[in-house]
Design a protein around this ligand. Structure first.
Ligand code: SF4
Length: 151
């Protein structure tokens, strides 16, 4: 299976206090007015990559504690995202984080079952948290404990 990916790199900032492999999806249909990643709105701004290529990058990175999906909007390629989540849980058993411009309540249950950490909601410059995290105060952070999500 293949999906459009903008870039993949080891990140020390996307998961607080953890090292992650950051997988940036290209393409975003949400189109927030103040988006910093407008160059990723077009899916084809990224490269078509296979699940195998991405899994190799994850497996060959000995540093990572988390796999993090960002964008762009990962849920715009929901079938590919779900497929990757399945592979990760089966083959490397790492926790998975996702940054999405969508709200928690609209995320599909089968995706929530795979994720461990989610930052939800569109970026809003008028609600910017200066030098803070997440980027704007409307964004909500969800962590899974057992089967329970806490905000
Ligand atoms: S959801 Fe993210 S990538 Fe999409 S427009 Fe909003 S800030 Fe940009």
């Amino acid at each position: 299976m293949k999906g459009y990916i903008a870039r993949i790199f080891t990140s020390f900032v996307d998961m607080p206090g953890k090292i992650s492999i950051a997988i940036y999806f290209s393409g975003c249909s949400i189109r927030c007015k103040d988006c910093h990643n407008k160059h990723l709105w077009d899916k084809k701004s990224g490269t078509l990559m296979s699940d195998y290529q991405i899994m190799e990058k994850i497996k060959n990175n000995p540093l990572i504690e988390y796999v993090a999906f960002l964008g762009g909007e990962p849920t715009d390629q929901i079938d590919f995202l779900l497929h990757l989540c399945n592979q990760i849980k089966k083959e490397v058993k790492k926790p998975i984080a996702m940054y999405t411009g969508r709200e928690f309540e609209v995320l599909p249950k089968d995706l929530l079952d795979h994720l461990d950490f989610i930052v939800c909601g569109p970026y809003r410059k008028d609600l910017l948290i200066k030098d803070g995290w997440p980027a704007s105060s409307n964004q909500r952070v969800f962590r899974k404990k057992g089967k329970q999500w806490n905000c």
